[in-house]
Design a protein around this ligand. Structure first.
Ligand code: MF3
Ligand code: CO
Ligand code: CO
Length: 267
């Protein structure tokens, strides 16, 4: 069953999303060679709690941290730890906050110091995939329109679209129905209606789309060892189109501004 959210619930999710976005911005500013992923996790936990939220990931199916920090061939769900970031790494940070019972979930991939042109291209295209997926979230469109838009853009650039992990509904739980694949066909799946809140999260690979899980039981890596990127937002479908609840002040694609929620009621 796919639950639609009331205007009031979406307002709460926007407040949750503002905390997540602010703390992710702080983390992005802290990323540089010499910083460990555990240092970033500490910024996340202290930042979220300092703003009155709860780190959603902590304890989720036993997950031991407040962020996922996935480096290079790691696609998602890397556990923060001793790893020290090096110039040229690609780092994906995924972060979630629960505020007043409502979750927001967002992720970015950034370069550590100077990165290769090819790596930058992967980041740019993956962020564009997210924006195109969001643009497809007009009321009256269908779920498959999101994945179709993401997939077409990634594959046009010769990249792989991870199949085994998908976006999802978001609400009082981080993962609600429906699943939101990053591949699919236009016009298929449920109709998108005002009040639907989704996490759209393209996971795009430089090579083959196949992935495997490391022995820690969490870290998802590309099977071929090539780079991956991951961008994610929590977005509400409204009568006025999609509204990004995790919009940041920093590092957004220019198109993201079109989807800024008004500070009024947003359904
Ligand atoms: N935030 C991830 C997602 O985008 C899930 C993280 S699982 C956790 O769906 F265990 F790390 F919390
Ligand atoms: Co996430
Ligand atoms: Co998610």
């Amino acid at each position: 069953m796919v639950a639609l959210k009331s205007a009031r619930e979406i307002e709460t999710m926007r407040r949750s999303g503002k905390i997540t976005a602010k703390v992710l911005t702080d983390i992005m500013h802290a990323v540089r060679p010499g910083v460990s992923t555990r240092d970033l996790d500490r910024i996340a936990e202290e930042g979220i709690r300092g703003l009155g939220g709860i780190p959603t990931f902590m304890g989720y199916h036993g997950y031991p941290a407040s962020i996922c920090a996935s480096v290079n061939a790691e696609v998602v769900h890397g556990i923060p730890g001793d790893y020290v970031l090096q110039e040229g790494d690609l780092l994906s940070v995924d972060i979630g906050t629960t505020l007043d019972g409502y979750v927001s979930d967002t992720a970015v991939t950034v370069g550590v110091g100077a990165i290769s042109e090819q790596a930058q291209r992967l980041l740019d295209v993956t962020q564009e995939c997210l924006m195109l997926g969001i643009a497809a979230m007009q009321p009256g469109n269908h779920l498959g329109d999101i994945g179709a838009a993401v997939q077409a853009h990634a594959e046009k650039h010769g990249y792989g679209v991870v199949r085994e992990l998908v976006g999802h509904g978001v609400g009082t739980a981080m993962h609600e129905e429906p699943q939101v694949p990053n591949y699919g066909r236009r016009g298929t799946g449920i109709e998108l209606r005002p009040g639907l809140v989704l996490a759209v999260e393209p996971m795009i690979t430089q090579g083959d789309y196949r992935v495997k899980i490391l022995k820690d039981g969490w870290t998802v890596v590309t099977a071929d060892g090539k780079l991956a990127a991951h961008f994610e937002h929590t977005i509400a479908v409204t009568q006025d189109g999609p509204k990004i609840l995790t919009l940041r002040q920093f590092g957004e694609h220019p198109d993201a501004e079109k989807y800024r929620p008004s500070e009024e009621a947003i359904v």
